[in-house]
Ligand binder design. Sequence first.
Ligand SMILES: [Zn+2]
Length: 189
Amino acid sequence: MYLDPSGELGILFWLAVSGIILCASTSVGGYVAAAVMSIWDEDIRKDMGRIGWNPFNSDESKVINSTKVSFYKGQFVIRADLSFIKNRSFSVGIMFLDTISTKDTPYGRDTVRHEWGHFIQLGIVGVPKFIGFFAVPSMLSGNSSIYYSLPWERSADLFCGVSGSNWPYPHTPNSGLYSIFYLIGVFGI
Ligand SMILES: [Zn+2]
């Protein structure tokens, strides 16, 4: 049987760039949706006005003070009451930022930064690997006492420069290094 190596490489290539494509399309799509809905939705108009309609806004407080949508460093943010998943914010391309648990505090601002770190992970490893090696393990380990030191969480903190001092427990020793090995391993398989 004849196998076309360029075809196989093509699939690997598209799996890898799928993350970047998803990140870019959710951001562009979110911006267009916010622009259209702001015509009749005053909350969205205020939210977007708060960040000066700048999708690269880097002020975490402005994101937290939004009520429905926002942007943080290129990532589209949706505010929602996530009580059905214990008010845990999450990020799969779009940042879903809980309105109940995320306040304008050091913890809340680090949560915005941390979720953006997952956006970067997705851009690096692509959609299938992000789901399998980051999103699902994250969901399954939600009750761990060293949650933010786990390999799929820790590199998100590394990318956004979160020190861990505002989490319930500090990062465990070498967890940053291990998380980089984990990311490189996931990228390479
Ligand atoms: Zn996380």
